[in-house]
Design a protein around this ligand. Structure first.
Ligand SMILES: Nc1ncnc2c1ncn2[C@@H]1O[C@H](COP(=O)(O)OP(=O)(O)OP(=O)(O)O)[C@@H](O)[C@H]1O
Ligand SMILES: [Mg+2]
Length: 254
């Protein structure tokens, strides 16, 4: 059974059709990225999966159960980190466990993750004392610590500099291989999507529908050595042309 199944999903805002007949699925433990132009409906898709909004038609299944408009079946890191300003970093990180786990929290694990994300010493600070990138990391750890088995991450690394970003990507891969959750990941970086994913879904825009799927064959565990290989560059080119061709066919070589 698929962990997540999106069946013929359609969503409009007024007469603006944003998502049209979108279908795809994610297997248990799979890492899938979504690439699509800005405004193509990626965050809207996450809101639908998270039950924050309701589809006009089509269905969403988590573990075979229909979850249209139902909250709490996935853990979701929104595009802008939503930390509670009156809670310390540690207590922000523990929030997902508190809500879903009925008060059961694993403080030791949280502290270990905070340390692995390079935030040791910030456990008892408050969100306003952190940089944007640090806040994003906190929001992301909260997602990883939540008990749901599907994690939806909306551009979690977009505010980080290139080196911190690579460190966080490697950290995410190591945590993922340890905890084996299914991940749906939104990014604008082709390189990041290839480095992390088992599969990449390229969305078309206005309205969003699946344009193409790529299965990424690099073995695991992965490290940054693959970023400079010829094979990696070939994948980058194919996906770049797929995205660029949506804007301007002349960008794609004949
Ligand atoms: N609540 C809303 N009401 C009306 N229109 C909305 C609403 N939410 C999103 N939209 C519209 O839906 C479209 C898709 O927005 P969405 O935020 O899903 O795009 P995105 O793919 O996440 O973009 P980005 O890559 O820039 O984050 C946009 O045109 C946006 O204006
Ligand atoms: Mg978005």
């Amino acid at each position: 059974m698929n962990k997540l199944e999106i069946n013929h999903l359609t969503k409009s805002f007024g007469d603006h059709l944003v998502i049209k007949d979108l279908s795809f699925s994610i297997a248990d433990g799979e890492f899938v990225s979504i690439l699509g132009p800005s405004g193509s409906g990626k965050s809207t898709l996450f809101h639908l999966i998270g039950g924050i909004s309701h589809p006009d038609s089509g269905d969403i299944y988590v573990d075979g159960e229909k979850v249209n408009g139902k909250r709490g079946s996935i853990s979701y890191t929104p595009q802008s980190p939503s930390l509670l300003p009156w809670r310390t970093i540690l207590n922000n990180v523990l929030l997902g466990q508190e809500i879903v786990g009925k008060g059961k929290v694993d403080k030791k694990k949280a502290l270990r993750m905070i340390e692995r994300a390079g935030l040791k010493g910030y456990e008892n600070k408050y969100p306003h004392e952190l940089s944007g990138g640090m806040k994003q990391r906190v929001s992301f750890i909260r997602s990883l610590l939540s008990p749901q088995s599907i994690i939806c991450l909306d551009e979690p690394f977009s505010a980080l500099d290139e080196f911190t970003r690579l460190e966080m990507q490697k950290w995410l891969l190591s945590v993922w291989s340890e905890y084996k959750r299914s991940i749906l990941f939104v990014t604008h970086s082709i390189e990041e999507a290839i480095f992390l994913s088992d599969r990449i879904i390229v969305l078309s825009t206005k309205p969003a529908t699946v344009k193409k799927e790529f299965t990424i064959p690099f073995g695991r565990p992965r490290n940054e050595d693959i970023l400079l290989t010829e094979e990696f560059l070939q994948w980058k080119k194919s996906i770049y042309y797929e995205l660029a061709g949506q804007r301007d066919r002349s960008l794609v070589p004949k």
